[in-house]
Ligand binder design. Sequence first.
Ligand code: DQA
Length: 142
Amino acid sequence: MIKLLVINGPNLNMLGIREPEIYGRHTLGDLEKMLRESFPETSFTFFQSNHEGAIVDEIQRAYGVMDGIIINPAAYTHTSIAILDALKAVGLPAVEVHLSDISARESFRRHSYISAACLATISGRHFEGYREAASLLISHLS
Ligand code: DQA
């Protein structure tokens, strides 16, 4: 069974409450349920943190345990060389996801440090983006 780690970064625990006009009204729990129901043959581990170091620790823990990583680094996308380096260090196939279209918002959201360590970046597809990321990783790993 393919094992995927799904990492959500800062403020994504506030989905449903947080700026619903941008991020929608569904919760992180809804997202996790949707992924489990869409891919019953895949094992998902979900991790959310508001702390950069905790995300680095979780990526390191995935080494030798997980088959692939789906990551929405949230605001750390635009600042974190540490998360980029952690993804490169473990070398697991990873797909970056953003709920909103980061290319169509403020200029400071246009650059991602994380993309360089990912097979693909899916942006602006809301929850569907996570489903696409899972499909992509599953076909990559099969
Ligand atoms: C986000 C986009 C980021 O710019 C922002 O800081 C987030 C969420 C998204 O999913 O659209 O927190 O990653």
